[in-house]
Design a protein around this ligand. Structure first.
Ligand code: DGL
Length: 270
């Protein structure tokens, strides 16, 4: 009955931690494509191919349902995967829609026409590929009207986190937030649109200011998955064991994951 969780690297662990807390009886198989991280500087075709390969690996682990705990893959590849590639008996879900539903005060799966919402000025922090895809703006426009989005491509942040160079990552966050605030001085909400960024959430919060509501994905995605599994219990696949897989060096990846999640995590080669 396992569920697969995929990311280009370590960022999806922020989502995994929230999933484990919310759904303690569900085994999760995590796959980090650390050999190819970061995805955020790659072309959409390449992100599509890498994400499909990762999802197939998780299907082979008995995970009929895979969560793309990666905004870049969700933005650049998910729609094409769902329309052209995912077989009828499998599901691949992204992390964008639950976040946008929370931002626009909607219940899960409420597909009523777009309407005015409380937030008017939204600062989006994401990878260059996610920003370039404009997937966030597209999904938002299906649900809300009159929302101004200013997007900041946060080059370098994922690389620094993957290298566990948190001082560099912090400095980059400060400079990206300052750059965005020059264009949108008073956002009323900020979206951490990359699953690596919750590892720096206090830094984002301090840089953006206490008056700005910060939307971070882990808890939102966990609540949404709980609801989804209640409605679709048949999507729990045959896998029975929690595992951590990586396309990179399992020792190095496990070491960094242990630091980030503050508990011992052993990765196996994918
Ligand atoms: N955690 C991925 C995301 O949510 C990082 C993407 C990357 O590898 O650049 O976008």
């Amino acid at each position: 009955m396992a569920v697969g969780v995929f990311d280009s690297g370590l960022g999806g662990l922020t989502v995994l931690a929230a999933l484990e807390k919310r759904l303690p009886d569900v085994p999760f198989v995590y796959l980090g494509d650390n050999a190819h991280t970061p995805y955020g500087v790659r072309e959409a075709d390449e992100i599509f191919a890498l994400t499909c390969a990762g999802v197939e690996r998780l299907w082979a682990e008995g995970c009929d349902l895979v969560i793309l705990a990666c905004n870049t893959a969700s933005a650049a590849a998910l729609r094409r995967m769902q329309e052209t590639w995912v077989p009828a008996e499998k599901r691949v879900l992204g992390v964008f829609v639950p976040l946008i539903e929370a931002l626009t005060e909607r219940q899960w799966g409420d597909n009523s026409p777009p309407r005015e919402v409380a937030v008017k000025h939204v600062a989006l922090f994401a990878t260059p590929a996610t920003v370039q895809s404009r997937a966030f703006q597209r999904e938002l426009a299906f649900r809300a009207i009159g929302v101004d989005v200013e997007a900041q491509p946060c080059g370098g942040v994922v690389d620094a986190i993957e290298e566990a160079d948190m001082l560099l990552a912090e400095a980059l966050v400060h400079s990206h937030v300052a750059a965005l605030k020059r264009r949108m001085p008073r956002p009323d909400a900020a979206v951490l649109g990359c699953t690596h960024y919750p590892l720096l959430e206090p830094v984002f919060r301090a840089a953006i200011g206490a008056e700005v509501a910060v939307y971070s994905q882990p808890d939102i995605v966990a609540a949404s998955l709980e609801d989804y599994l209640r409605r679709h219990p048949d999507m729990l696949g045959t896998g029975a064991e929690s595992r951590f897989l990586t396309t990179g060096d399992p020792i190095a990846v496990g070491h960094r994951a242990t630091i980030f999640l503050r508990r011992a995590i052993a990765f196996e080669p994918a």
